[in-house]
Design a protein around this ligand. Sequence first.
Ligand code: HEM
Length: 517
Amino acid sequence: MELQFDTKTCISLAVLGFIGLLQLLYNALVAKPRRLRSLLSKQGISGPPPSLLLGNAMEMKLGQSTAVKAHTGEPPVSHNCAASLFGFFDKWRKQYGELFTCSLGNSQILFVTQPDIVREITTCTSFDLGKASYQHQVLGPLLGQGILTSNGAVWAHQRKILAPELYMEKVKGMVNIITESAITVADSWKSMIETQGGTADIKIDQYMRSFSGDVISKACFSSNYSKGEEIFLKLRLLQEAMSKYGISIAGQLPAMRYLPTKGNREKWALEKEIRNLILEVVKERTTVDANEKDLLQMVLEGARDSNLSQEETDRFIVDNCKNIYLAGFETTAVSATWCLMLLASNQEWQERVRAEALSVCGGGIPNADTIRKMKQLTMVINESLRLYPPVTIMSREVFNDMKFGDITVPKGVNIWTMVCTLHTDPDIWGPDAFKFNPDRFENGITGACKLPHLYMPFGVGPRVCLGQNLATVELKILLSLILSNFAFSLSPKYTHGPVLRLVLEPEHGVDLLVRKL
Ligand code: HEM
């Protein structure tokens, strides 16, 4: 039977639909945050007054760089470290204290820098506290339902599968591939220096990316490594498309994610290509009966042992490959980039760490044994991760009312722990908190600050970074090799501008003047 509506009915239905949509938007953007705010304010937690619909989003300007536009090559002044991105937060903290709340789109955020509550939150093992669902909604195409976005039993299962593959013993077995990739970077710099007459002006970001992409492709895909590189290249494109179109306030509105806009169409096409490429590698392995022992194989076996349907198995594999990429690729690349920027602008430290690398390695290639002995280099890496932590906000969502200290945090609230602020708080680090001073780590993290649990470049607690060992070994090998072969300073082209994309990046890249030693 065919239904027929007259014009009047059609108009009424359209009006009803429109009212329904407005109602949904009102509930998500106004009523829900208002209810959560009022529950928090009854406990004495206040915050800046939100504007209608966008909450406090306009004041936060997340993602905007505080670039020092013209740079003449001298070291970036201390207040331009990553913490300067969160000026809005410091202003509010002064006004409202160590626990305050604000609204962002349809999320009600509880900002926490109160040390005891930070400890309780970061070490909490309850499944009632997990990765914020807005992260999953906004980053969905990039991460799917892999370890970074999953919660509860699904997350615990994924972590159990991946963790043993990233233990220090396994990482030691990856030293050769890491060294190979570092040598490739050094060789290309040497030939640039030769062709440019002794000193090359190099934008280093792309080299750091190739290095960490190379390592993670080999660790993850071993013999299928070239296909791995293709996959990671497409993931990078997807990430760029997401930054361009998705990681914005608009991306938090559910309707925006499903409209066939140019950005969404680009995202969907890339997502499909990535999925097909990963599943091709999986198919090759299952038909050729490959005997690989890499991260992909662990994910594959983990999926097979989990009694999942074919579709669930495919999703498990695809999503976790994407997660390893995102977790291990950009973070390590930007950490190396920031570290070199800091060494370029602190020549004294550059010389100190070079002297250590040359004396420990005797001019040879670094290995698992020698990098362990590089104490000064460890101090520099720690200090660089303090001032420029790639992950600047640790966010969690409360899935059921939870109690932290005296506060009951209602279900639905997002908790943000502000890593940059904690890493540069003069009450914790002393009056030189904004300065690059690796000496503070001479006696490790406990010697460097009053409250070591507030130093968290790799996170803390049950969800601490699984790739911490791999990342540290990668950074030490790459940096010691570069320091043993080259001297470098900031190029006059360099413009300092930390910017918050998926990770904390230098907006204009890092340009160095490099000469061979
Ligand atoms: C310098 C480089 C890196 C930094 C700064 C870093 C930082 C972090 C941080 C802060 C977290 C915790 C996020 C949270 O609690 O919300 C995390 C989680 C994670 N990282 Fe890393 N990471 C780095 C490199 C790597 C590498 C090389 C890998 C592996 C290939 C990796 C794999 C992971 C995984 C799988 C998780 C999720 C753990 C979980 O949720 O259980 N990371 N990372």
